[in-house]
Ligand binder design. Structure first.
Ligand code: ADP
Ligand code: MG
Length: 330
């Protein structure tokens, strides 16, 4: 028997960041960077890493190319206590994915080779292992090209086995936002898009309308909104809470860290308001260091951040009864 809390099914790659490049990237020249960072990238892996760092028992199901990059990424996850024993290796020669980030003054180039993240299939997943967890989480819905047609089966199976579930689509690189997702949402307990994504999914500019539509499908809908108030909606009840004020260094992985904070409290039986408070703390905290996981490698610094910025949050009965709740008229 496993004592797994959360099984994350998702993609894994490294982020390679070159700092201090010239403002203009000239072709055919040897351009020098002044700094280099190799950090764990990809939404699913960042979520798994940071959730494990918070103290939840996490298992990671994925596919790598069985190469040095894949091993480095898995080592980073394992160092945070994530069980990586159910990650499969491709045999077709496709390498593990890699993202190269070239920060400029206010913007950055982001170049991604997806690698094996496009190849993981339903048959690569050890369903018995998944069923041994209390909760299933999937990130990056639109990046799982081979798995996507069966993500609905994955969620149906998880619900049938008694797991709770969460999903963060992240962006659709093709900007199509196909509506097969709506079928999956019927089996999702906590759906966690950002402001732009939820509007794209519902094909509207009106956030309230988007929330009304998706609250009919997923049990809880949580919307991330950068430095603005995050929103949590369950049925006809809704609360919105501001994240702490921070001077962000890097917002890569803020959404995944927010998800990790929310699910950590959700599984501890906290109220949805406390889940949202803790999610805001984790999201804001992640922006205080480079990359998506660097901040969470220092657990005591997170505890200090919570002491400084947070009100007390802890497990309570899961209800939405609190002063911060607004009743929605339909
Ligand atoms: N500048 C910021 N100040 C405070 N909190 C932030 C900031 N940026 C992000 N966060 C926190 O991280 C969460 C996720 O960030 P957001 O950028 O909205 O999501 P995503 O990374 O998915 O696009 C926010 O809802 C908030 O809690
Ligand atoms: Mg996101």
């Amino acid at each position: 028997m496993s004592d797994l809390d959360v099984c994350v099914v998702g993609e894994i790659n490294l982020d390679l960041i070159l700092y201090g490049l010239p403002k203009t990237l000239e072709l055919d020249r040897e351009l020098l960077a002044s700094g280099l960072a190799v950090t764990l990238g990809s939404s699913s892996a960042i979520f798994a890493h940071n959730l494990s760092a918070l103290g939840t028992k996490v298992g990671f199901v994925s596919k790598t190319g069985g190469d040095a990059l894949g091993r480095m990424a898995l080592d980073r996850l394992a160092a945070a206590g994530v069980d990586v024993g159910h990650v499969s290796q491709g045999t077709g020669g496709t390498p593990t994915g890699l993202t190269v980030i070239l920060p400029q003054v206010q913007h950055r180039y982001i170049l991604t080779f997806p690698g094996t993240m496009f190849e993981m299939e339903y048959s690569d997943i050890d369903m018995e292992y998944l069923r041994s967890a209390r909760h299933l989480h999937v990130s990056s819905y639109f990046l799982h090209r081979a798995l996507r047609p069966r993500i609905v089966d994955l969620f149906r199976e998880a619900k049938y086995a008694g797991l709770s579930t969460s999903l963060d689509t992240n962006d659709d690189p093709e900007n199509k936002w196909d509506q097969d997702l709506l079928e999956v949402l019927k089996y999702v307990d906590v759906f966690m898009p950002n402001d732009r994504e939820i509007k794209k999914i519902v094909r509207t500019d009106d956030l309230s309308k988007a929330l009304n539509v998706l609250a009919e499908l997923a049990k809880v809908v949580v919307v991330k909104r950068g430095s603005a108030a995050a929103i949590c909606r369950s049925g006809s009840e809704q609360c919105s809470l501001m994240p702490p004020r921070v001077k962000p260094v890097d917002d890569v992985g803020a959404g995944d860290s927010f998800d990790a904070g929310f699910i950590h409290q959700f599984l501890a039986g906290a109220t949805l308001e406390n889940c949202l408070t803790f999610a805001n703390l984790a999201g804001a905290y992640s922006t205080t260091a480079n990359g998506g996981t660097e901040a969470f490698r220092d657990r005591s610094a997170f505890d200090s951040f919570v002491n400084e910025h947070g009100k007390r949050v802890g497990p309570e009965s899961p209800s939405l009864k609190s002063g911060a709740i607004e009743k929605m008229g339909n």
